[in-house]
Ligand binder design. Structure first.
Ligand code: T5A
Length: 221
């Protein structure tokens, strides 16, 4: 258990390897005696998971970029206030698969919503609350999409409408824009971000992540 809670987010385009690394990080932290909460966005609470369905399922709805942004922040407010902050108050390490940087990358850099609007709504919803550490797993778009497609193709129990690929199905230029968006955001906040070349092997990436978390957790005591 840490003296204070600690909040780690993972970001990246489709199929960057976030989910795989998050599971490894959770196991490693727990084996070192930390209490860990693993969560995701959009979603993380029953209410926010309902909003997730509107956003990521193939038949979720035909939203414009600003409406999407508002839905992501509505889900995020519930998630932060009812799950993330209470867990941190108990001294837990919270690991979140995507957070607000995904909204700036996908809805602003990808769909063209103004970054001023993003900044204003972020301030209303989050104030100055932010992850202590953010990993950006950076992978070329064609490779990430191939990895992600393999995962969705293997979800044979879901009907077409239920498959979570509403963003994955957008064209390659959209994914290129959001990849550059993530790199721009990371370059702006070098203290919070650690950018990782996600073409490395699973074990090499895990080692980078564990080393960075170890350093930051020592500073957090
Ligand atoms: N979204 C989300 C927004 O538009 N705005 C927002 O504000 C938010 C929060 C849902 C969607 O919502 C959008 C973005 C998304 O489109 P999601 O549920 O996180 O987001 O969905 P994805 O990012 O699409 O999740 P994926 O499962 O596709 O990607 P992951 O989690 O990054 O990748 P992972 O770990 O599942 O790995 C995919 C495959 O690659 C292999 C794995 O074994 C797996 O088969 N792999 C590797 N192979 C070789 N080398 C490596 N290093 C590998 N790492 C993983």
């Amino acid at each position: 258990m840490t003296a204070k809670g600690f909040f780690i987010s993972f970001e990246g385009g489709e199929g960057a390897g976030k989910t795989t690394q998050i599971k490894r990080l959770k196991d490693w932290l727990e084996s070192s005696g930390h209490a860990v909460i693993l969560t995701r966005e959009p979603g993380g609470t029953p209410e926010a998971e309902k909003i997730r369905d509107l956003l990521v399922k193939r038949d979720g709805g035909n939203w414009d970029g600003l409406t999407e942004l508002l839905l992501f922040f509505a889900a995020r407010r519930h998630h932060v206030e009812t799950l993330i902050k209470p867990a941190m108050a108990e001294g837990k390490v919270v690991i979140c698969d995507r957070f607000a940087d995904s909204t700036e990358a996908y809805q602003c850099f990808g769909h063209g919503v103004s970054t001023d609007i993003y900044a204003q709504i972020k301030t209303i919803v989050l104030g100055d609350f932010a992850p202590n550490l953010t990993f950006l797993l950076d992978v070329p778009v064609n490779i990430g999409l191939k990895r992600s497609k393999r995962v969705n193709d293997s979800t044979t129990v879901l009907s077409d409408a239920e498959v979570e690929d509403r963003f994955e199905r957008l064209d390659v230029s959209f994914h290129e824009k959001l990849r550059q968006g993530f790199l721009t955001i990371a370059a702006r906040e070098t203290n919070r971000f650690k950018v990782i070349d996600a073409l490395q092997s699973l074990d090499e990436i895990t080692t980078c992540i564990e080393n960075a978390v170890n350093d930051r957790l020592q500073d957090n005591v």
